[in-house]
Design a protein around this ligand. Sequence first.
Ligand code: SAM
Length: 272
Amino acid sequence: MLYLCATPIGNLEDMTFRAIRILREVDLIAAEDTRRTRKLLTHFDIHTPLIRFDENCSATVAEKILERLQSGESVAVVSDAGLPAISDPGADLVRLAIDAGIQVCPIPGANAALSALICSGLDTTKFLFAGFAPKSKKNRHDFLQKLSTLDATIIFYEAPHRLKDFLAELIEIFGDRQTVLARELTKVHEEFLRGNLSELIQNLDEVRGEFVIVVEGSTSPEIIAPTENISEVVEKFLAQGLDKKSAMREAAKIFNVSRREIYNTLLKEDIQ
Ligand code: SAM
């Protein structure tokens, strides 16, 4: 059996009774950072052998783990915090295990994204976990542009030193939406900063600690099928009462192009 085992995201009491028992009982723990996991294991008096398993590990480490699973041993995967395989290593090993006919079993527990969402006060009926946006500016822009028309709450992870720039990009592409910054979840200095993106940007001084960013989904009047052409889409927005500039901006989001391109297309089609 391959166990995917949650560990605390800040507070040691995030650990579940089941996680402690499973980590004691398995033959091997595959850990993202063995030093960090060893501290956790010491705290809970767990003495199971550890092997390092992170995204820089060669395929041979995964094969070694797989061989042990195939010989009948049980292995638990843990990451530094929260659920393995969620913006953390683990997913590749799960796929290899499934292909090899090995059973996988979740040991649920703390997760930063869902903890932030449930306290956000934003819509929890429909949400998308977007994780970390790509690092390159162009890819990040495209990534956010694609999400900008989604009418579901969106959850992002971001490193503290990139938070301010990320919020600035969000407001540029998403507009000034309701947003919640969930900081230092389950830790002593846990807090929730709520407001429009512009308010949060204005009030954010020093950015310290870990953050989850939860953003309200698009409230655009309607999401239009991309099979329609640009002028039809702009006309629909105009018919819904938007002014020309806003209609072109909304159309630009849908076709994932700049407002200038929408303008040029309309000029050609002479509906300016
Ligand atoms: N696997 C983890 C989980 O299940 O939540 C996520 C790991 S990911 C590498 C780390 C990111 O998760 C951080 O940059 C931050 O965005 C978020 N995060 C993790 N712990 C957090 C906490 N205690 N408070 C706020 N955000 C946290």
